[in-house]
Design a protein around this ligand. Structure first.
Ligand code: F6P
Length: 360
């Protein structure tokens, strides 16, 4: 077994439900080995400060209530890449040495990071440069990391989007409307496809399948002809306009991100069918909820396995869920195998088999 006195853990990138259960599992397993656990605050940002911003995590702090708690008790950041840190005047500065130095000052035997593909790419570079023994836990509501069937946070996001469709259906039926629900997912349509199937959507639009509004309009007309007075449409945020342009929104603070395709689709449906439409943009509600049972289970198993990897002295590995069990894969391979929706995969076929229109 590797000689380790204490390990660090940080959560990086967009938060999601299930991070706290993962932290809890890491703390409990590490204490089983007799190790201390140091939680680093706000992702790599906590390692810029001197002393580094951190907290000692004990099994008492990481109690059962952590299973139920959304977000991450450690805080996170999805900006401020230490290799290209944005300065106030717009220049980018390489501050990676500061982060590595911050890590070294903590005298840790290894580091666990819970992150998505962007964070894992950065952390891996830092680990390589600074000789940091690194183990990763995949987390992303988008579920787009390769070589793992599921990442922490996705299940809760799907449940939340499904719940939104459940709430939209009665009001759609009461007012004879077409309801358009825009969901997150960055460049992948996993949330939209899964929630669309689970929530009985009539139309699911995802970036992996090109669509025509005419096809969507046909579906809505056919529902009307069959006597249905409403329709449910779910659209992934990265779906482009029919002309192929991404629809973006500029957030306060200057960052731009996907946002607004729901309004575009609703307007085009209204024009094509005369239907009354309404739009719901679900946004960060998908990220902040109480973790689903499945996310708690996955996060717990991942956290335990991540610490076992450290005990074995296996580094540069990401824990993964494959064929009903937890295993591990090289971090680099997971990042390289971006996991988009397979347009001919099981779920897309199931959706088509159910008569759901995928826009093509
Ligand atoms: O990658 C997770 C995610 O929630 C995406 O689905 C979404 O596009 C993005 O993060 C939102 O990021 P932010 O929290 O910066 O608005």
């Amino acid at each position: 077994m590797a000689e380790v006195a204490r390990i660090g853990i940080l959560t990086s990138g967009g938060d999601c439900a299930g991070l706290n259960p993962a932290i809890r599992a890491v703390v409990h397993r590490a204490h089983g080995y007799g190790w201390q656990v140091i939680g680093i605050r706000n992702g790599t940002a906590g390692l810029f400060s001197r002393p580094a911003e951190c907290v000692k995590l004990t099994p008492e702090i990481a109690g059962g209530e952590m299973l139920r708690r959304g977000g991450t008790i450690l805080g996170s950041t999805n900006k401020g890449d230490p290799f290209a840190f944005p300065l106030a005047d717009g220049r980018l500065l390489d501050r990676s040495d500061e982060v590595i130095e911050g890590y070294r000052e903590l005298e840790l035997g290894a580091l666990v990071v819970a992150g998505g593909d962007g964070s894992l790419h950065i952390l891996r570079r830092l680990a390589e440069k600074g000789g940091i023994p690194l183990v990763a836990i995949p987390k992303t509501i988008d579920n787009d990391l390769g070589l793992t069937e599921i990442s922490v946070g996705h299940d809760t996001a799907v449940a939340t989007a499904t719940d939104a469709l459940d709430h939209l259906q009665p009001t759609a039926a009461s007012h004879s409307r077409v309801m358009v629900l825009e969901v997150m997912g960055r460049d992948a349509g996993h949330i939209a496809l899964s929630a669309g199937v689970a929530g009985g959507a009539d139309v699911i639009l995802i970036p992996e399948i090109p669509y025509r509004i005419a096809r969507v309009a046909e579906k809505i007309e056919s529902l009307k002809a069959a006597g249905r007075n409403f329709a449910l449409v779910i659209v992934a945020e990265a779906v482009k306009t029919e002309m192929g342009e991404p629809v973006l929104v500029r957030h306060g603070g200057g960052q731009a991100g996907y946002g607004g395709i729901g309004h575009y689709i609703a307007e085009r449906i209204g024009d094509a069918t005369g239907a009354e439409t309404r739009v719901t943009v679900l946004g960060h509600i998908q990220r902040g909820g109480m973790p689903s049972a499945r996310d708690r289970i996955i996060a717990s198993a991942f956290g335990v396995h991540a610490v076992d990897l450290i005990a074995e002295g296996s580094f540069d590995r990401m824990v993964a869920w494959r064929e009903r069990r937890v295993t591990d894969v090289p971090i680099l391979d997971a990042i390289r195998h971006y996991q988009a929706v397979d347009p001919h995969g099981t779920l897309a076929r199931a959706a088509r088999g159910l008569g759901i229109c995928l826009g093509d």
